[in-house]
Design a protein around this ligand. Structure first.
Ligand SMILES: NC(=O)c1ccc[n+]([C@@H]2O[C@H](COP(=O)([O-])OP(=O)(O)OC[C@H]3O[C@@H](n4cnc5c(N)ncnc54)[C@H](O)[C@@H]3O)[C@@H](O)[C@H]2O)c1
Length: 401
């Protein structure tokens, strides 16, 4: 059986690597550079080893392509393209639209189309299906299903195999075929009664995280104002064996999911006249953290950051990955520069970002730790500047937390 996966990023390539063990996989991506790299066996995604990719390429089980025509005889097509926000922070379905175009214009036989991209309830039924039909020249009756992705890049304890996967088809046949497909490489499949429930569950999972992160970020500010340790307080609360889940403070939220997905839920809620007050406020609190941190750093350093050499340590949005999408480091750097600081950053995993390169971990007036990768030595961070502010909670002995 031949499977096409549209979008070869974090989600699409991860699925491709698992699926290639059981199916012939076409990894379709609109970025020719990524396609060339993948066909030479080089993975650009943490968690997908180049050695495994090379094995599948050599065995003829995996081929990347930017030519829509290459998906023409696939029996299953998985959509794994970005679902970002527009500049005015509304759901942007343009990448899904373009994936639908590729499917509509190239699939001439009925196939099973599964969406893994995160979007609001109704996307499969009211957008994907009609859009593919609109782009199709031949009248083809595809089967449609949703199975929202839960991959956590860089994580080794939970993967495609042991992370329970939700799914639902638009018809019982679509559900059954979707189950058959994923059961090859996923141990725990959970069917829900409609695609809308699966779509909403994915958004609610990430909204739960977003709101709890905002709550702990606000609590970090409360604890500081009360002169108590936020970390000790959280550890104390966490001794309760039920009804509490520990989240830790940070400089904000980053990545493709937590800062974005809840806004998809808020948008659809407000469209239906339902309130989304928690989501909107949580977003504000998380965005405001960067400003709060810069204010604290300034207060601890004589009230001004003018011409201070400040090193931001870790610009990836989370530890041990190179992903800088929506990283909180961006806002921290902007606020520091607005205060007149001379800012450089250190992150050897990211390497280069926004036309700048990682600088050595030394010689600064102030260091602000946004993300602490496991490979970065705590002692070196503490030695990099006479004043270190740690937003990660991982640098024992920092001057400010
Ligand atoms: N990254 C995660 O941790 C994660 C987890 C769960 C769900 N998701 C969701 O999965 C979806 C994909 O996210 P991602 O992180 O894999 O994105 P990504 O940016 O890593 O990869 C997307 C890929 O799609 C390609 N692409 C864009 N438009 C295309 C098109 N029309 N045709 C073919 N290729 C196209 C891009 O070139 C890119 O390589 C999003 O909806 C996201 O919210 C992501």
């Amino acid at each position: 059986m031949k499977v096409a996966i549209i979008g070869q990023g974090y989600v699409g390539l991860t699925i491709a690597a698992f699926a290639a063990e059981h199916f012939e996989v076409i990894g379709f991506d609109s970025n020719q550079k990524i396609v060339n790299q993948l066909n030479s066996g080089k993975s650009h995604i943490e968690g997908v080893e180049s050695a495994l990719l090379t094995k599948w390429v050599k065995a003829g089980r995996y081929r990347a392509s930017a030519q829509g025509n290459d998906i023409r005889d696939c029996e299953i097509v998985v959509i794994a393209v970005p679902t970002p926000l527009t500049l005015d922070r509304k759901p942007d379905l343009s990448f899904i639209d373009s994936a639908c175009k590729t499917i509509g214009q190239n699939l001439s036989k009925p196939a099973l189309v599964i969406n893994e991209s995160t979007s609001f309830p109704g996307t499969l039924r009211d957008f994907i299906k009609p859009t593919i039909n609109e782009y199709s020249s031949a009248q083809v009756d595809h089967l449609y299903a949703i199975s929202p992705e839960r991959v956590d890049p860089g994580r080794s304890d939970f993967n495609q195999k042991n992370t329970p996967r939700l799914y639902a088809g638009l018809t019982p046949e679509a559900s059954e075929k979707t189950r058959d497909f994923y059961s090859k490489f996923c141990d725990n499949l959970v069917e829900v009664s409609s695609p809308e429930v699966a779509e909403a569950a994915k958004l609610f999972e990430n909204t739960f995280r977003q709101v709890n992160i905002a709550l702990v970020n606000e609590f970090a500010q409360i604890a500081h104002s009360l002169g108590i340790s936020v970390y000790e307080t959280l550890d104390a609360a966490n001794t309760k064996p039920y009804g509490f889940m520990k989240f830790t403070p940070s400089a904000g939220v980053g990545g493709h999911c937590i800062p974005v997905d809840p806004t998809y839920l808020a948008a659809v809620a407000e469209e239906h006249g339902a309130p989304a007050t928690f989501i909107r406020r949580a977003n504000e609190v998380n965005l405001e953290m960067s400003e709060y941190i810069v204010r604290r750093v300034s207060e601890d350093n004589g009230g001004t950051l003018q011409r201070k050499n400040i090193l931001v340590v870790g610009v990836a949005y989370k530890p041990n990955v190179a992903d800088v999408r929506e990283t909180a480091a961006d806002l921290v750097i902007q606020h520091l520069r607005n205060q007149g600081a001379v800012v450089s950053w250190h992150d050897d995993i990211v390497g280069s970002w926004k036309g700048e390169s990682s600088t050595p971990l030394q010689g600064a007036d102030i260091a602000v730790v946004v993300t602490k990768h496991d490979s970065v030595d705590e002692k070196k961070i503490l030695a990099s500047a006479p004043y270190v502010f740690d937003t990660s909670g991982k640098v024992k002995g920092a001057n400010g937390v």
